[in-house]
Design a protein around this ligand. Sequence first.
Ligand code: 3PG
Length: 208
Amino acid sequence: ASELTARVCALAPVVPVLVIEDAASAADLARALVRGGLPALEVTLRTPAALEAIREMAGVEGGVVGAGTLLTERDVEAAKEAGASFGVSPGATDRLLDAAEANDLPLLAGTATASDVMRLLERGYTTAKFFPAEANGGAPALKALAAPLPQMRFCPTGGIGLGNARDYLSLPNTLCVGGSWVAPKDLVAAGDWDGIAALAAEAAALPR
Ligand code: 3PG
């Protein structure tokens, strides 16, 4: 499963973190992001529209749609049922990991400390989310984790934007970063898909 999340992270330097209010425009949003060069998309299960949005987006050509903010076994099942091809969680509990494994949903599970990382390594994971990245010490903290734990590779998320993404992407243990900045609420509400594709293209061009 870790291999699969690593493959998702390899698709582009940035995974858009999406909070979708209106499923009707979800496919257009996905097309804009994919067109800009960001095929891997995370739809957070934080709005009533999220599962329907995943269903709509899963049909967009070239996109790889995952479900974020997975907290419970029920979330895992609903994500899988909606067509999510991977999951993301802010943390990692045994119950959540068991559910992801039982449902064959590759999971990018959240870590913040060395113990979190060690627990995931014990379960065979070699890819994880680092969350909330900036509040947890940012790129210097992630760099420091690589000294004792170089086998874990990360997708840091939380507080990352165009200005600081490079700090993370230049680290040997960072595969990609997650962030919401590529799909600002006002552009989504206005249906400014060209504007969003332009933000995606800028993010897709980040070196790593
Ligand atoms: C989240 O889970 O909300 C992500 O960490 C996105 O964070 P951001 O809005 O700071 O990019």
